[in-house]
Write a protein that binds this ligand. Structure first.
Ligand code: ZN
Length: 314
């Protein structure tokens, strides 16, 4: 088959602490929509919470495994350092004030490749960036922006801008991304920028070469990043191509809203390639996305037991 495109990120999955605090921060402070409330399929008494745009477009999905007792992780090489969201350039001031009002401390606005960047952390230490971009309203999901009572659509978060990986050495990871169809765009200091498809959400991967201790997994740390593919056939292509490059790849796993393969890139970051279908509207309508606890068919018979063991959230 012809080489398929990887347009950009599908989702970013992070380990967090308390689920209620997580919900409040991502839906109320950042104003994202909860698009799915389900459980960790490998640990059924833990939530898996998904936030995104109005319909849960790939490239807007940030997901969390909230473990109230989780020990903090440690940032370092071999991990995704930060997740960046795209906002209109004219909205930087709105967000700087808004975060301050909600008690979130921010770094002074800096610039990256000519775009303004506002950096901050959530209550669990998750590093987030808001990046003002001239192309915020040209993304393919532009008509699905989610707004709230106090975040008008003109300022609302559009989608992922991309992620930053901290690496001991950039070269091997860069080569893998080139194999995955990414284009090497530019370099600024020790930050190397690669891009998928420009008009798609979450198309940027920044690789930062930094001599630092290796990081460790835990609360506040990105567990993995997932890339998009259009269907099972393309996923099979990538499974074969990446294995062919000498990187062990898992079998296909059914994640209910997408199918996934996983592999560790040479710099240590866990990568996933997830299919766009069937998507988040496959088991509940757009209007009520995220409002009920959804369980896959193989867990439905245990619903009572699962619900009784999950923390209560609103
Ligand atoms: Zn994933």
């Amino acid at each position: 088959m012809e080489t398929p495109d990887i347009p950009g990120l599908h989702h970013v999955t992070i380990i967090s602490g308390d689920p209620q605090q997580n919900i409040d921060f991502y839906t109320k402070v950042l104003g994202l929509r909860m698009v799915k409330k389900t459980v960790n399929f490998d640990d059924n008494f833990t939530y898996h919470l998904y936030y995104g745009d109005r319909v849960g477009s790939p490239g807007t999905i940030i997901t969390f495994f909230p473990w109230p007792q989780a020990q903090p992780g440690k940032n370092g090489t071999g991990l995704t350092k930060s997740t960046a969201y795209m906002i209109p350039k004219s909205s930087m001031d709105f967000w700087e004030k808004r975060l301050k009002k909600h008690g979130v401390s921010t770094e002074p606005i800096t610039e990256r490749f000519g775009e303004p960047v506002l950096q901050f952390q959530d209550q669990d230490g998750v590093y987030l960036d808001l990046i003002g971009s001239d192309s915020a309203d040209q993304l393919s999901n532009a008509d699905q922006v989610w707004s709230t009572d106090d975040i008008p659509e003109e300022h609302a978060i559009r989608a992922f801008h991309g992620v930053t990986l901290n690496l001991e050495s950039v070269e091997p990871t860069k080569d893998l991304l080139l194999l995955m169809g990414y284009t090497y765009e530019d370099v600024e200091g020790n930050r190397h920028r690669l891009q998928g498809k420009e008009s798609e959400p979450g198309s940027i991967i920044d690789l930062v070469e930094i001599s630092y201790e290796p990081g460790s997994m835990g609360k506040g740390i990105v567990h993995h990043i997932a890339f998009r593919c259009a269907n099972d056939k393309e996923q099979a292509y990538w499974q074969e191509t990446i294995a062919g490059a000498g990187i062990p790849v898992t079998e296909v796993r059914d994640r209910q809203y997408f199918k996934s393969i996983y592999f560790q890139e040479p710099g240590g970051v866990l990568f996933e390639i997830a299919t766009d279908p069937p998507g988040f509207t496959s088991d509940e309508p757009v209007e009520s996305l995220g409002s009920e606890l959804k369980l896959p068919s193989w867990l439905e018979s245990r619903r009572k037991e699962i619900e009784a063991n999950l923390p209560i959230v609103k």
